[in-house]
Design a protein around this ligand. Structure first.
Ligand code: PEP
Ligand code: MG
Length: 325
């Protein structure tokens, strides 16, 4: 089995009927980028930059951030690297920022909310990311967007940082793509509005499940209720992908669901464009995709979306997998 999986490492992800699928890796550090390149990833679908901040007693300055982002961009040698702006708060603490204690941190001062509240923090990071964009194929992604206002303010901050660099004569990719995470239900519901303005979506199922089902992703007591195969979650995913395609945009997924081989036929059937996961999951998902027929999955997905419970979805997917053996 190991050898069989090993064989997928150097091959691109292709379905049985020849559809090429973009499989990327989630990373938090420079060495993880090296491991992702080694594991045969097509790019980085999520660079969680908070690890650069969480380890430090002082905030990393523009130069320190630029150095890290540039190394990741260079390691991936022209393959896409999606750098997410700081997603602190919730379960992730940042000693250097002295964040207030909150009763409901996942519903509180978190992610883009902090970035918009502290423009200097966001500006410094955007400048560092933009400078790195001169050394590879870098895209910028904003976390936890829950309204068009937030997106437009974040985009405004990115445009200002670009204007600054232009004035200073500093090089960056003038066509850098700006996208958002879809991990709050309001954004999935309004995907059509967002799709007119963003360059891409990336669905964060880890948070989307927690916010859609009102189930804390960290709480063991309710872990059984936490399920990305819940029909309500699937309906949101469908909306997001379809809205993106209507407007000529693309949708990725960087939450845990993308790394689950059982979900592969469903996500392929819904038309997901890019899949990003822990590097260790890449061979299994590649192998699952290699057995699938994209057209068959498209038809089946319509049926799976009609099911009423997560358990039914799971058992139908298991049955489908068994049919293919
Ligand atoms: C997610 O919410 O699915 C996601 C990928 O982001 P994080 O796990 O970092 O919150
Ligand atoms: Mg998230």
């Amino acid at each position: 089995l190991r050898d069989e999986l090993e064989a997928f490492r150097s091959r691109p992800a292709v379905t049985a009927d020849g559809r090429r699928v973009e499989l990327a890796a989630n990373i938090g550090t420079v060495p993880e980028a090296e491991a992702a390149a080694e594991a045969g990833a097509d790019g980085i679908g999520l660079y969680r930059t908070e690890f650069l901040f969480m380890g430090a007693s002082r905030l990393p300055d523009e130069e320190a951030q630029y150095a890290a982002y540039r190394r990741v961009a260079e390691t991936m040698a022209g393959q896409p690297v999606i750098i997410r702006t700081l997603d602190i708060g919730g379960d992730k603490e940042l000693p250097a920022l002295e964040l207030p204690k909150e009763a409901n941190p996942f519903l509180g001062y978190r992610a883009i909310r902090i970035g918009l509240d502290r423009p200097e923090l966001l500006r410094t990071q955007l400048r560092a990311i933009l400078r790195a964009s001169a050394h590879g194929s870098v895209k910028i992604m904003f976390p936890m967007i829950s309204s068009m206002d937030e997106w437009r303010k974040a985009r405004g901050a990115a445009r200002e940082a670009m204007e600054e660099l232009r004035r200073e004569g500093i090089d960056f990719d003038r066509n850098v793509e700006l996208g958002i995470m879809v991990e709050v239900p309001s954004t999935a519901v309004m995907a059509d509005n967002f799709a007119r303005e963003v360059d891409f979506f990336s669905i964060g199922t880890n948070d989307l499940v927690q916010y859609t089902l009102a189930v804390d992703r960290m709480n063991e007591k309710v872990a059984e209720l936490y399920d990305y195969f819940h029909p309500a979650v699937l309906e949101l995913i469908r909306r997001v992908i379809e809205a993106a395609h209507r407007h000529g945009k693309w949708t990725g997924m960087c939450g845990g669901m993308a790394g689950d081989p059982l979900a592969a036929p469903l996500l392929l059937g819904l038309g997901l464009d890019e899949w990003s996961m822990e590097a260790g999951a890449l061979p299994k998902v590649k192998r699952a995709l290699a057995r699938l027929n994209a057209e068959t999955c498209r038809e089946r997905a319509q049926q799976w979306l009609q099911l009423a419970t997560a358990a039914e979805v799971r058992s139908e997917l298991e049955r489908f997998r068994a049919e293919l053996q």
